[in-house]
Design a protein around this ligand. Structure first.
Ligand code: PEP
Ligand code: MG
Length: 918
């Protein structure tokens, strides 16, 4: 049985000091075990663990990730120490196997495979059949009495070695293979006999000689050294780097190299090879899942040249090996307490395990498996909380494509995956058309260069939102996530012509009404229609499906309730409307962390009043317009308070520049010119007046202009109206027996005096309202910390603030100096060059922006130890940022309603990690 694990730090630390770079495994004993993943990589650690457990693993050794790091430190050179240790371990391998390199009696053949700490399937290189040369190929023939097999193995080896190590294009080998097939009048590889393969080998060797100027290396040790170096090199190949970038795997950890005795699945009909999972990785169902091929090597399964057979059929073909495989994999699952993804080879009915690792799975399967493992008492609830990737939950909420239908279409272009979910609809280019078409029963895809606040009605009815510009915190991205609407932004290849209502992607031109589809989880955009299905969980939260009728909802809820037990931080939602607040509550948010009041200005019939307020050139007119807005805002606030059932609701006073609410200057100019040219006079004067005011309000840098607290300071009557609306709503609900906990928040504060100015207005009006209503409502007045100066002077600002909410969107924008709406133009180049690993608007830049956040927290609490601190930037829904907020001692995170489950789980994992609870 499996041995007990030794202490992790003990092992790793011991080996780091000893300078040991090469670790042996074989004959029931290994020098490493599963705790050494950092050093041996996932594959190496698991091979060692399986060997120690007495499982049939071909013996070999692992060259550690430390050796790889040293290789790069020394300018892509293998240290003599590593070389010497490898030679020692090779001798040991020869002893254990009774085979040796270059032997004519029993030649040792090995595989050489990469294996990093985190699995990176197919990203790096593998070489099989190493050790074959012109002599040993004859020995292999003699040993197996199969000349065709021996030649075929040699041919595969030269091809792989030529491609991976000598970097000769695959097609050059394919070309020779095809030539021989053609000459022999055959079409399939298996039709080539020994003689034909001998010719292929000769041709391959000629390719190598011509392309490298040297003969194919015959010495097995040289072959091994060159292959090892090629695997180290492959750590930095473009596809491996891209994979690491996507999955956030560090670039400097390096890969290990596993050298292992070859076993052959292609010696005849009593041999085979396959891969499998202990449970279904797509659905999570408890079923043995996988496929195999008779008389084949591993690469044949992956390459898709032959169609593999379902693993259940192995039972009839080779019942003994099948039974053993079932026993071993069941044991492995129990040992690792997780689904295993395994590889095996059967050589002459003898089973060998080549790999086992934790199986990758869909979000759906992750939840099913975690809850099943608890039910089967294999893991505890707290382990289930640790094992599900929080992002898996967001996959469960999004509409989905049938993967088969989706794969049928080619990818037309890609954008940033701003909000997950499958979307398919007919292209429209304006929000008004989106509404018009959807009223006519059509499913539309809103395609815009960028979205602006008054596109909101079109965004609401669209299946998905696709923009050509903008980053992860652009308007389309933020609002898309808040609505739970699939969105892809910054798809730079889109050429949108609003005038002709056409869209070009490369050479293809789409017109309004053509179908377009995208996956908001990956950012892939395709031309054409693909059917989608709504998420079952969302149907339950919306009240369209009974919770009891949904198995997956029950599991989802169960997992989150376990998470809630260990979570320390509170979870709130960013929501502006009562319906969004209700959904957020349904997902488990207990509080609103940000209600952006200006988003309410775009409801039915409001924009005209807002424009009236902005256009007013004196206070009396402005107050008249504000009086009309007051009851509308009050009703919204009432609804939000009610939806939160007594949890706190943070409402922010108006933030964006006022001109965002007015028509575009260029549009007005065109309209006026047209009216003048055609002699139209009706409404001309109003249009001219509007244009004059729009020009007056024009700013060169609106993001740094007249917005946030600056608006409240110049127009205190707006703050007055909003405070009154908030407090009246709270009083009305209280009078009706409900409970409201308003937290009034001032945005963009960088100086204590700004907050002091606005707080005075808020407190004055709030007290007035409380007196008028004669009820008691506790309210707080706080501020956003989103300007670097606000963080730096947080000790001062805290004198006037009951709470801080970090606005990490603006804080990132102002710290980096990257415009949140324009980063899409250069982010890709930054990531390609390794300047940025992740989008700082999606995942907090801990070392820069994070320092300001930590400083603001520490300074704020130095003044006021009980200062309530949260975050309402988009980072509040990002698992790795949530870890940082936990560490920094935040009270809560706030995110879009549909991210609430992700945040609940991520906050629980962060608490477990930070406080080592279990
Ligand atoms: C922020 O800046 O982080 C924030 C939440 O405010 P907004 O996105 O509305 O600017
Ligand atoms: Mg902001």
């Amino acid at each position: 049985m499996f041995k007990k694990q030794r202490g992790k730090a003990g092992n790793a630390g011991r080996y780091a000091k000893s300078g040991k770079f090469v670790f042996f495994f074989g004959r029931g004993k290994a020098e490493g075990d599963r705790t050494l993943r950092d050093l041996l990589g996932g594959k190496g650690a698991n091979l060692a663990e399986m060997t120690n457990a007495g499982l049939p693993v071909p013996p070999g050794f692992t060259i550690s990730t430390a050796a790889c790091r040293l290789y790069y430190e020394e300018g892509r050179k293998v240290s003599s120490k590593v070389d010497a240790q490898m030679a020692d371990q090779l001798r040991k391998l020869e002893k254990v196997t009774g085979a040796s390199f270059g032997s004519m009696k029993n030649p040792l053949l090995v595989s050489v495979r990469s294996g990093a700490k985190f699995s990176m399937p197919g990203m790096m290189d593998t070489i099989l059949n190493l050790g074959l040369n012109d002599d040993t190929v004859e020995a292999l023939k003699a040993r197996t009495s199969n000349g065709r097999f021996a030649r075929d193995s040699y041919r595969r080896f030269i091809q792989m070695f030529g491609n991976v190590v000598l970097e000769i294009g695959k097609e050059e080998f394919e070309h020779e293979l095809e030539a021989v097939k053609h000459a022999r009048g055959v079409t399939e590889d298996p039709q080539l006999d020994e003689e034909a393969l001998r010719e292929v080998v000769e041709r391959y060797k000629r390719v190598v000689a011509t392309r490298t100027g040297k003969p194919f290396p015959q010495d097995p040790l040289t072959q091994l050294r060159l292959s090892r170096d090629a695997v180290f090199r492959s750590w930095q190949n473009p596809r491996a780097r891209e994979y690491r970038r996507i999955y956030g795997i560090p670039d400097d950890i390096g890969t290990a190299v596993n050298v292992q005795m070859m076993v052959f699945g292609n010696t005849g009909d009593r041999s085979g090879t396959g891969v499998g999972f202990t449970r279904n990785p797509a659905t999570g169902a408890k079923e043995f899942y996988g496929e195999f091929l008779i008389n084949a090597q591993g690469e044949d399964v992956v390459a898709g040249i032959r169609t593999p057979r379902p693993i259940a059929e192995l039972e009839t073909v080779m019942p003994k090996a099948f039974k053993q495989l079932r026993q071993i994999t069941t044991r492995l699952e129990k040992h690792y307490r997780d689904v295993q993804d395994f590889e095996f080879t059967i050589e002459d009915e003898q089973l060998y395990m080549l790999q086992t690792r934790s199986g990758k799975r869909t979000g759906y399967a992750a939840v099913v498996i975690a809850t099943d493992l608890v039910a089967e008492r294999l893991v505890k609830p707290v382990d289930a909380v640790k094992m599900v990737d929080p992002e898996a939950l967001s996959q469960l909420l999004a509409p989905i494509f049938d993967p088969k239908d989706w794969q049928k279409l080619p990818v037309a272009t890609r954008g940033l995956p701003a909000s997950p979910g499958a979307a398919s609809g007919q292209v429209v280019f304006t929000a008004d058309h989106a509404v018009e078409w959807s009223r006519a029963g059509k499913r539309v895809m809103l395609v815009r260069k960028e979205t602006v606040p008054d596109d909101i009605h079109g965004m609401f009815v669209a299946q998905g939102i696709l923009t050509a510009t903008g980053g992860m915190t652009s308007h389309a991205a933020v609002v898309g996530r808040q609505m739970g609407k699939p969105s892809v932004v910054g798809a730079g290849a889109l050429r949108i012509d609003d005038r002709t209502k056409t869209l070009a992607i490369g050479d293809h031109r789409l017109k309004e009404g053509d179908w377009l589809s995208f996956d908001g989880l990956t950012g892939e955009v395709k031309m054409g229609q693909v059917a989608t299905r709504p998420s079952e969980i969302l149907q339950v939260v919306n009240g369209e499906l009974k919770a009891k009728k949904s198995d997956i909802f029950g599991r989802f809820n169960q997992l989150l309730s376990w998470a809630d037990k260990v979570r320390r931080m509170g979870i709130r939602a960013n929501a502006d409307q009562p319906d969004q607040a209700e959904i957020a509550y349904g997902f488990g948010a207990r509080g609103i962390g940000l209600c952006r009041t200006e988003h309410m200005f775009f409801g039915e019939g409001r924009i005209a009043i807002v424009q009236e307020m902005i256009l007013a050139d004196n206070e009396t007119d402005r107050r008249a317009a504000l009086d009309k807005l007051l009851p509308l805002q009050r009703d919204d606030f009432y609804g939000v308070f009610k939806a939160m059932h007594g949890s706190p609701v943070t409402i922010r006073t108006i933030d964006p520049p006022l001109h965002e609410f007015l028509p575009k200057r260029e549009d007005l100019m065109v309209e006026i010119a047209r009216m003048e040219a055609t002699g139209g006079t009706v409404g001309l004067d109003e249009k001219r007046k509007l244009l004059a005011r729009v020009e007056q309000l024009h700013e060169f840098n609106p993001m740094l202009g007249h917005r946030g607290v600056r608006l409240g300071i110049t127009y205190p009557e707006i703050t007055e109206m909003q405070t009154r609306a908030i407090m009246e709503a709270a009083c009305q609900l209280t009078k009706k027996g409900g409970k409201a906990v308003p937290e009034i928040m001032i945005p963009l504060v960088g100086d204590l005096r700004e907050l002091r100015d606005q707080k005075a207005v808020v407190v004055r009006v709030a007290e007035e309202v409380l007196k008028e209503y004669k009820v008691k409502v506790k309210y707080l007045v706080g501020t956003m910390i989103e300007v670097p100066r606000g963080a730096v002077t947080a000790d001062e600002i805290a004198k006037e603030a009951d709470f801080f909410s970090f606005g990490t969107n603006d804080l990132t924008q102002l710290t980096y100096g990257f415009s949140r709406d324009d980063i899409g133009k250069f982010l890709g180049a930054y990531q390609d060059r390794g300047i940025l690993e992740r989008d700082p608007f999606a995942s907090l830049d801990v070392s820069g922006v994070g320092e300001l956040v930590a400083m603001g927290t520490q300074k704020g609490r130095a003044t006021r130890p009980d200062l309530k601190i949260g975050v309402c930037g988009e980072h509040g829904g990002d698992p790795s940022s949530i870890h940082f907020f936990e560490k920094t001692g935040f009270d809560y995170v706030s995110c879009s309603p549909y991210r609430v489950p992700v945040a609940r789980l991520a906050a629980a994992q962060a608490a477990l990690q930070e406080h080592a609870l279990d």
